[in-house]
Design a protein around this ligand. Structure first.
Ligand SMILES: Cc1ncc(COP(=O)(O)O)c(C=O)c1O
Length: 398
């Protein structure tokens, strides 16, 4: 016998993220309980039938739903400002399922060009295998989206800010256009995190996350989430996800719930340090240019300010030189790790052209400004002075 405490009386967002949707057992545990079980048992065959039929509520099987996952999903919906959430095994499982659950052969997708390597691979080379047509556009210009709409256009997809050059798409403008044309909008909100940007406020239908990034933010687990209206979750997502099975492990969902308790504080502190790092790098002799949405000379600074609460903890910069100099810089780092993860408490740096965006062709990388001298940096929670000193010595030693 366990008790579900929805704590519906809680008013504040933080209180709901920390205490809401709690599935507490009779043992009165203080922390969230971890239901590490694949299946659930039934008192009678009749009860099994009733639960499968939907006449009685109850958990059946973790591929469908699980109390630990349920807590994480409900808290994710609160932080994102969406009606409902379905957790997945990784961010890429969320991206893939958010598209495949709603598309069929003959449908058309319009996607921004500026995408993370695996997102681009899924949209360009994987979903097209199933008879889905795709057009890529420069997502910064609303006219480009409009020009690509056809009678079979079903979905728009974009990242904002994009990985790794931090391009911004006008969420509200794209969503308005989509609504007029009966198109669903999927936003990859991974770089901003739900702390700094809530795309549903601007009309987005589906929002995808990698829990691996800021939500865990401590390098421990993989995970993902798809946020949407209750109707989309029930009618479109649930039948697809339940039967295809990209579910998150209850253990990972538990870790991500614990991450949600502090993600707000972490992302704000990381972003404050990132702003100082941007200022420092922008004046450095060895740097050509820094990409950061809240930097005054970012081409979409005003739009970024409208959509995001802060600039975020991810930035990228061009080192004077070529691949050799970029590699030397990375190899010179003493504290900051070379790592393709982001949103972590530890500062992490990577060379996108040879790692996260390696699957793109040379021309595709050039179109996205992912040149050989570009480095992406995810600012962690270390002291600014230590981050600055490490970057400085690594740059000087090139
Ligand atoms: C923009 C973006 N989308 C999706 C993903 C995929 O997330 P995951 O690694 O959890 O599958 C990433 C990971 O880096 C990303 O940066």
């Amino acid at each position: 016998m366990w008790v579900t405490m929805l704590k519906s009386s809680l008013k504040g967002k933080n209180s709901k993220i920390i205490r809401g949707a709690l599935n507490k057992t009779q043992f009165r545990e203080q922390s969230e309980s971890l239901f590490l079980t694949s299946g659930f048992t039934y008192q009678t065959a009749e009860q099994a039938e009733a639960i499968f039929k939907g006449d009685e509520t109850g958990f059946q099987y973790t591929r469908y739903a699980n109390p630990t996952i349920d807590t994480f999903e409900k808290r994710m919906a609160v932080i994102d400002g969406s009606e409902s959430c379905f957790a997945t095994a990784s961010g890429m499982a969320a991206v893939f399922a958010s598209l495949m659950c709603q598309l069929k052969a003959g449908d058309h997708v319009v996607s921004a060009t500026a995408l993370f390597g695996s997102c681009r691979e899924v949209i360009k080379n994987i979903i097209t295998r199933y008879g889905i047509e795709v057009s890529f556009v420069d997502g910064k210009n609303i006219d480009n989206w409009e020009k690509e709409i056809k009678s079979n256009t079903k979905t728009f997809f974009f990242e904002t800010p994009s990985n790794p050059c931090l391009e911004i798409v006008d969420i509200e403008a794209v969503c308005k256009l989509a609504k007029k044309n009966n198109v669903k909008v999927v936003v990859d909100n991974i770089l901003a995190s739900p702390v700094l940007q809530n795309p549903s406020k601007f009309g987005a239908d589906i929002i995808v996350y990698s829990g691996t990034k800021h939500i865990d933010g401590q390098g421990r687990t993989m995970g993902g989430a798809i946020l949407s209206s209750e109707k989309f979750r029930e009618d479109t997502l649930k039948p697809f996800l339940r039967h295809t099975g990209p579910c998150i492990s209850p253990f990972n969902a538990w870790v991500l719930s614990k991450g949600l308790e502090t993600v707000g504080l972490r992302v704000i502190e990381q972003s404050k340090t990132a702003e100082k790092v941007v200022e420092f790098l922008s004046k450095h002799n060895e740097i050509e240019l820094v990409n950061y949405p809240f930097k005054k000379n970012h081409p979409q600074y005003d739009l970024a300010k409208k959509q995001q609460k802060m600039g975020g903890n991810v930035l990228s910069f061009y080192i004077k030189g070529k691949k050799k100099e970029a590699f030397k810089f990375l190899n010179n780092l003493k504290m900051i790790d070379i790592c393709n993860n982001l949103g972590d408490t530890k500062s992490l740096a990577i060379h996108p052209a040879t790692t996260t965006h390696r699957v793109l062709t040379y021309e595709e990388r050039n179109n996205q400004n992912i040149h050989e001298n570009l480095v992406r940096l995810s600012v962690g929670l270390e002291d600014f002075e230590d981050i600055k000193n490490d970057l400085d010595q690594a740059l000087i030693a090139i």
